[in-house]
Structures are given as C-alpha cells and as structure tokens.
Design a protein around this ligand. Structure first.
Ligand SMILES: Nc1nc2c(ncn2[C@@H]2O[C@H](COP(=O)(O)OP(=O)(O)O)[C@@H](O)[C@H]2O)c(=O)[nH]1
Ligand SMILES: [Mg+2]
Length: 350
C-alpha cells in the first residue's frame, strides 16, 4: 500500500518549500508501479536503518524502502468551499489523500507577505478548518436529505445512519473536525456511510508548525494539536548538504520526524523481506494478520497463504543469516492467525 499525504495551508506558509525538502533525493519510481506521477506529487523514501542493515547482511543487489506520496495541494484560500481560488480542484485533491499535513506559519519575516498581513497561527488554522468543514457540511446536507427519504421508506440501515450523520453535523456546526468522532469498529452501517461520504475532516491531521529554529516556545493552544515543529527553510537548506557538512554546523535534520509522525498518525508498521535479489520494507496497518500482510506484496497472497517463516529483524542480524537463524531454531513458523509485528522479517510460504 502506498501512503498518500496532502500538504495544505494558507499561501506563503512554506508548503512548497517543505515539498522541495522532502523530495530532494529522487526515488527509483520503477519499483513502485502504483505511484501517481504528477508534478505536485513527490515520492519520499521512508528512512529505515533496519532495512539497510538487513540488505548488508543479505548482500542484496537492491534496497527498496517504503515510500510515502506527498501531494502539494495549492490554492486553499478563504472561500475555497464555494469554489474560490482553485476551490473544487483543491477539495477533490484532498479527498484522495489518507492524511492531511497542515503547515502553519509561525516564523516572522517582513519580506514574505502573509496573506492576512499578520502572523496569527490560530486564526490561520481556523480559516483552513472552516473551509474544510463547510465542504463537509455540503456533503452532509446531501446525504442527510437522501437518508431522510430512505428512512421514510424504511430502507435498511437508513435510520441508524441518519443518526450518525446528524451527530457529525453537530460536531461540524460547532467548528470541530469530524475526526474526533469515535467510530465503533464493528458498526458496519456506520462505517459504510462514513466511507460513502468520505469527509475531508474525518482524515487524520498533523500540524507542521513552521517556526524558526530559535523560536522555542509555542502558544499553549497550538501545543494541544498533534504537531511537529520544523524550520522548513532550514530543512530545505540541509537537504542540499552532505551529512558531514550538517555535522560541522552542529545541526541535525529533523524532516524525518515528519515521516515517523505520519506513520504513527496512521497506525502503520513496517515488515521486511530480505534476500540476495533485494531487501524491501513493506507498510501495513497495525493489527494485520500474516495473510493480510502478504497482500502488500501481492493480492494473491491472502488466499494462497499457507504459512510464513518469521523472525524479528534484530534476532536475524544476530544470527547472521536466514540459514543460520534456521539452524539455531530461532525462525518461527506462523499460521493464518499470526498478527504481524513492526520489524518482523517474513518469508511467505504459498
Ligand atoms: N524565513 C523563512 N522563510 C520561509 C520559511 N519557509 C518558507 N519560507 C519562504 O516563504 C516563501 C513562501 O514559501 P512557499 O514554500 O513557496 O509557500 P507556499 O505558498 O505555502 O507553498 C518562500 O520564499 C520561502 O523561501 C521559513 O521557515 N522561514
Ligand atoms: Mg506553494
């Protein structure tokens, strides 16, 4: 699965600079046939020292890291939900992503115009959120109308779905995002209606506070949001330097924090496959069983799954090779019910 993250925010807050910093190191796109190739889509490697160590152990010819697609979604301004600016195109772009990174300008710089003249992060966040909420309310109004008709005809599930839609509407009317709504994971009618509406504010949000390295404290209100703090301009500069140059300046790259945070936000884990041909990292949601995890490699794997040989990456490295691990009896044989852990190295038997 390819994780897809949309970068949103007001004009001139640092979205494109962040995009540039993230996409500085090109990825061999041939390894990822399902990627979208468009100018505003950047394919970003997920840095993982575990993968590099496994590749070294296996003398792999190729290393294929997990990737995230970042989409630079331009054009959100006040009124976008009514089609202002790039309006509808913008909203359609957001609907397709798995998560939203919202860049908020904290840094002061008189030379870079702030569209509302003043740096006020809380107001800026509210402007973007309002546009997303308004777009969702329009979706909800349509769905509510349909469900009311269905409910009168006693169509299956429509009454409970209507109740859920109204609860979410109340949240949005109060200026809150739909993603705080708790879904019962076994409530199928609820999940179906939410999937159908695909609300923008139902997606997980991560705030990137674009603050100068020297700005150490944030407003308490800002701290409450799930966020990371980055000096985006500095990150862009660092992305052009070698590790040695960065070390000499006594600086560190922080942009990888964003990728790690995105994994946590979406509850994702990584497992590995390793061999002489290639070592590769695969991304799956936490909680997936071995057969489901296999679908990351090929959709067939779920049905053809018989069992899998599995070992934690560190234990494999200590053994020194797959063969040695087998001899030492540290490779485990797992069946269909096994829940994959982060850092597992897997060989599927199909
Ligand atoms: N001083 C400073 N300037 C920045 C920072 N981030 C972006 N900029 C500058 O702000 C301008 C707008 O940035 P850009 O990434 O194009 O904004 P976008 O409209 O959100 O895509 C550019 O000139 C950037 O170099 C920052 O962290 N500090
Ligand atoms: Mg831009």
């Amino acid at each position: 699965m390819t994780l897809n993250i949309g970068i949103v925010g007001l004009p001139n807050v640092g979205k494109s600079t962040l995009f540039k910093a993230l996409t500085r190191n090109p990825v061999d796109i041939n390894n990822y046939p399902f990627c979208t190739v468009e100018p505003n889509v950047g394919i970003v490697k997920v840095p993982d020292a575990r993968l590099d160590a496994l590749a070294k152990m296996s003398h792999s010819k190729k290393i294929i890291p997990a990737i995230i697609e970042f989409v630079d979604i331009a054009g959100l301004v006040k009124g976008a939900s009514n089609g202002e600016g790039l309006g509808n195109k913008f909203l359609a772009n957001i609907r397709e992503v798995d998560a939203i990174v919202h860049v908020v300008r904290i840094f002061e710089n008189a030379n870079i115009i702030h569209i509302h003249e003043k740096i006020n992060p809380l107001d800026d966040i509210a402007i973007i959120n309002t546009e997303l909420i308004l777009a969702d309310l329009a979706t909800i109004a349509k769905t509510e109308l349909r469900l009311e008709k269905d409910a009168r005809k006693n169509i299956k599930d429509s009454i409970i779905q209507l109740e859920i839609v109204r609860k979410i509407k109340a949240l949005l009317d109060a200026g809150k995002l739909a993603n705080i709504f708790q879904i019962d994971p076994i409530d199928e009618p609820a999940k179906n209606i939410l999937r159908e509406m695909s609300l923008l504010t139902m997606k997980p949000f991560l705030y990137v506070y674009n603050a100068t390295n020297t700005q150490k404290t944030l407003l308490q209100e800002l701290e409450k949001n799930q966020h990371i703090k980055l000096d985006i301009k500095l990150e862009e500069e660092l992305s052009e330097m070698t590790e040695e140059e960065i070390f000499a300046l006594e600086l560190t790259r922080k942009i990888d924090d964003l990728i790690v945070a995105a994994y946590q936000l979406l509850n994702l884990i990584t497992y590995f496959t390793t061999g002489e041909d290639e070592s590769r990292a695969w991304t799956i949601p936490k909680g997936w069983t071995a057969p489901l995890a296999g679908t990351a490699i090929h959709t067939d794997f779920k049905d053809k799954f018989i069992r899998a040989e599995i070992i934690n990456w560190q234990k494999l490295l200590s053994a020194g090779s797959w063969l040695k691990a087998k001899e030492l009896g540290v490779l485990r044989l797992e069946g269909k019910e096994y829940i994959v852990s982060d850092g597992d190295v897997i060989e599927f038997k199909i």
